[in-house]
Write a protein that binds this ligand. Structure first.
Ligand code: CAA
Length: 241
């Protein structure tokens, strides 16, 4: 029986590439999305996957959404916590709303999404949790105190939960992309982005498909001995110890 993979933010950007990769790997794929129904419908058609709309920063919506995915496809074997937002700005000018919103969507969502699936994974003795963090959770980034804090929090979550689940066949890992060619990165002011790319030794932005290949490995049966890890993929922009 094909395993079930649920990818949050799985209809655009890195998430779409992950959905495509996991579908090609033979998973039954459910992709969650928050708002852009047009893109979601197009992705559903293009990839032949199921898409579900809910806000990953809302506990009740997550519980309801996961119940629907489970009823439609079966229990979730692989959860990719990919959905995320930025609300950049210098901290000394940052409104609390920008802090609250990024922590809610990027970090609290890990609780809301993972808590409803973890007991089933433990009982079945199999599960794969993959959290998409960021280079900026590892090194910090000017203009992203909120995002850097949330993304660093995801790494702590990954390390702690990995230890709790290690004996139950459930692995928990993180992937830390650098600057990838997506809408999110395209929103960075052009002059700032130019400087950022100049600081990437590989000399270019990363591709969403490159990140998806790493997730594909972590989601596979072959990755059973890898847990608690953070896979850094950033073109050597920042080499985490
Ligand atoms: N270190 C310290 N200070 C810096 C700096 C640096 N590297 N770069 C700029 N600054 C300071 C400047 O000196 C200036 O300070 P003063 O006001 O005292 O002169 C100030 O920052 C810049 O002023 P601006 O008027 O330009 O500030 P702004 O509010 O318009 O914009 C910003 C600032 C929001 C940080 C903007 O530069 C920006 O958006 N930067 C990009 C941040 C970024 O990399 N985001 C990543 C998005 S993609 C993503 O998040 C995906 C992923 O995971 C990688």
């Amino acid at each position: 029986m094909a395993r079930v993979a649920l990818v949050t933010g799985g209809t655009r950007g890195i998430g779409k590439a992950i959905s495509a990769r996991l579908k090609a790997d033979g998973f039954k794929v459910a992709a969650n999305y928050a708002g852009n129904s047009e893109a979601a419908d197009a992705t559903a058609k293009e990839l032949g996957i199921s898409v579900y709309k809910w806000d990953v920063g809302d506990a009740a919506q997550c519980a309801e959404g996961i119940a629907k995915v489970t009823a439609d496809l079966g229990p979730v074997d692989v959860l990719v916590n990919n959905a995320g937002i930025t609300k950049d700005g210098l901290f000394h000018k940052m409104a609390q709303e920008k802090w609250d919103e990024v922590i809610r969507v990027d970090l609290s969502s890990l609780f809301y999404m993972t808590r409803p699936v973890i007991e089933g994974m433990r009982e079945r003795g199999y599960g794969r949790i993959v959290n998409i963090t960021s280079i900026n959770g590892q090194k910090g980034q000017v203009g992203q105190v909120n995002y850097s804090a949330a993304k660093a929090g995801m790494i702590g979550f990954t390390k702690a939960l990995a230890q709790e689940c290690a004996s139950k066949g459930v692995t928990v890992n993180a992937v830390a992309p650098g600057y990838i060619d997506t809408d999110m990165v395209a929103a960075v002011p052009e002059d700032v982005l130019k400087k950022i790319i100049a600081g990437i030794p590989v000399g270019r932005l990363g591709k969403a498909e490159e990140i998806a290949h790493a997730v594909s490995f972590l989601a596979s049966d072959n990755a059973g001995f890898m847990t608690g890890a953070t896979l850094t993929m950033n073109g050597a922009q920042y080499i985490a110890g």
